[in-house]
Every structure is written in structure tokens, then in C-alpha cells.
Ligand binder design. Sequence first.
Ligand code: PLP
Length: 409
Amino acid sequence: FGLLEERDPELAGVLLDEVERVRGGIQLIASENFASPAVLAALGSTLSNKYAEGYPGSRYYGGCEVVDRAERLAVRRARELFGADHANVQPHSGSSANLAAYAALLQPGDRMLAMALPHGGHLTHGSRANFSGRWFEVASYGVRRDTELIDYDEVRDLAVRHRPKVIVCGATAYPRLIDYGVFRGIADEVGAWLMADVAHPMGLIAGRAVPSPVPYADVVTFTTHKTLRGPRGGGILCTDELAARVDRAVFPFTQGGPMMHAVAAKAAAFGEAMRPEFAAYARQVIANARALCAALAEAGMRPVAGGTDTHLALIDVRALGVTGAEAERRCAVAGITLNRNAIPYDPEPARVTSGVRVGTPCVTTQGLGSRELEEVGTLVARAVREPEAAADIRDKVVALLAIHQPYLP
Ligand code: PLP
């Protein structure tokens, strides 16, 4: 970094400012985390330079014998950690992993069934704004209005009526556990492949804090940068039966050269996730999310679906007389970073919303515990309720984080 500061102070300033931004506030974005020095070291390594189209032992470039070791390590660790027949660690992101998974299972125009974006699904689950909604015939399921839980009866009805080739389970903003066994049963009933997109909870699955979809799904896609706390990237697990199709769908169908520095960083993250400390981390992430959720509920902010079993909570902010966008803005001024989020059956447009999403992967990595998360909940509620108190709340945020900094100054 010293070298960068000397040669390109303008860019070095950006990097420093981002560290300072993180140090100066509470990060409650559910999809973010703080990667370890080992992960960051691999990301900043010379493996970034190497072209390695293909797979270990079968590349289209010379000089791959060293990076082959990194990829073999990442694949071996992923398979062991998640108990999967096969792992592909090359997808550049969660969206790339989903693109490749669809490419392995579907042709353009084929039918798929996935969770609707406004109910918590991801863009790649069939939104018209995304390739998935343009290239496939999509049917979408949602959550029930009364319970705000996935309506498995609706999933079955839609599956029987629509006869999808792929059923996708997994979400971006769903706070409760998903019953992969029920999805497997429905997929079997209609002869569909079952794909689980566990981009969000993959770290909780690694830490055995929530059930794994691996025994149920034909294909599991994931990201490595959310609860898993690795580099920004994606991955795919699948059965032996689908291994060759998945590999061909990643390269050469949807990607060229893999980012070998990211592959090495994924190996580092899988290695960290295999340690007992990571299981304790995963359990604490959930305990913290529950403590945060309870404190917000106590302060009059309603948790969607009645609470959380995971790392995130979706909060209906209407009772405080604000929109999700306004709540996000007021929290930002008070030093708390979170995002507005549509709640099920939201009357507001997507850019405004009636809710916020909060998550605990970052604060748990920083070492905050349940008691501190109760305080964070109180601060969030106060930031939304009393915008005039923002400076005072910001002081309290800084005090709370004083001995819990993720990175050095
Ligand atoms: N799938 C789900 C369920 C997600 O929540 C996300 C990201 O938020 C993705 C896929 C896409 O991941 P990426 O942003 O790495 O493309």
C-alpha cells in the first residue's frame, strides 16, 4: 500500500477513505462482510496475472501448473466443507453462477419457477430486467400475505400447472429457513431439476448453523463474499451426474479465463470456514440478528415474517411514518449503513419501499455480541424516529465500535 500511496496518491486516497468510511459507522448491509487479511492477500496477489482457461490439468494456456494447485485446493475444500460431489469455483459472481447453472439445465424459452423479486427473490430468478426473465418462461411464487412465509402450496400448484424444467429455491431478502425437502418433493412430483441459490446463507451452511440444501438440490449456486466472508465471487456445487454439464456451462459457455487470484482467495475462505471458530461465528451471526430484530420490534419496527432464523431481518418501517428510502437516509446520517428493501405486498415503488433490510455478518466479524446488537437496534430505531439526534447517535456508534474495528487505521 505504501507503494501505491507513493505512485498514485489519488487512488490510494480512495482506498484509505473507504477504510475510514467503514471504521466510522455500523455496517448492517446483509450481503456484506469483512474479508480476512489472508483472503485480501490472495486477492492482491500475482495470481491475478495468469490466464488459465480450462480446468486444472486441462488448460488452454501454458504455465498453469502453479495456479492449478490453487484451484484444486479450492475445489477440494469446497467439496469437503459442503459434502458435495462436485464443485466449480470459477464463477465471477453469484449472478454468473446462476447464469451458468441455467445454461447447464435449460435452453432459451424453457420454463422455470422461482421466487418473485418483490417477495425476496433475486434479479436472476426471472426478473424481466434480467437475462433470466427475458430468456426463459418464468412463473414466480411468493409469500403468503398473512404469515409472510413461502407459500409451499402455491409453489406446488404453480409447478403442477407450469411444468417447469427447473425450480429455484433461495432468496435475497427472506429471513426464515427454507424447507429444501419440501422443494425436493415438489420437483420430483413434476420431474424438474431443483436448484438452490444460497448466495446469502452459504456461510451459515458452512458453519452448520442452518440446514444445507446439498442433500436435496441437483445444483447449488452460491456467493463467497456474503456470510461466507471470502472474496467477491461465486461458485456451484452439483451432483456427479451434472458435473460435466456445469463445468462446460461455466467455461467455455459463459466465461473465459477464471480469476485465479479470486479462486485462491476462495480457497483461503473455505479453509477459514472449516475451522471451529467459524461455526461459532455462524451461530453468533444468527443470535445477533435475533437480538437486533427483537430490539427493533421493541422500538415499534415490525419484523416481516415475525422475526429471523438467519443473518438478516426485513423490517416494515411504516409504523414510524417513514418510507424505506427515508429510513435508509436517516440511518446513513447517523453513521448506520443499511438498505431500503421492498416488503411483501409493498405499496411503494422499488426505489422507495416500505422496509429496510438489516444483517449481522459484518458486525459479528467485528466481534459485537447480542448485547451490543440490542444497543444497535435501539440506535437504528432512534435514528429513524429522531433525525435531529443524528450527531448524538453517531457519537454513540463511534463509541460502540471503538474496540471492535475490522481493519487498522
Ligand atoms: N443470488 C442471490 C439470492 C443473491 O442474493 C445475490 C446477490 O445479492 C446473487 C444471486 C448475485 O450475486 P452477485 O451480486 O455476486 O452477482
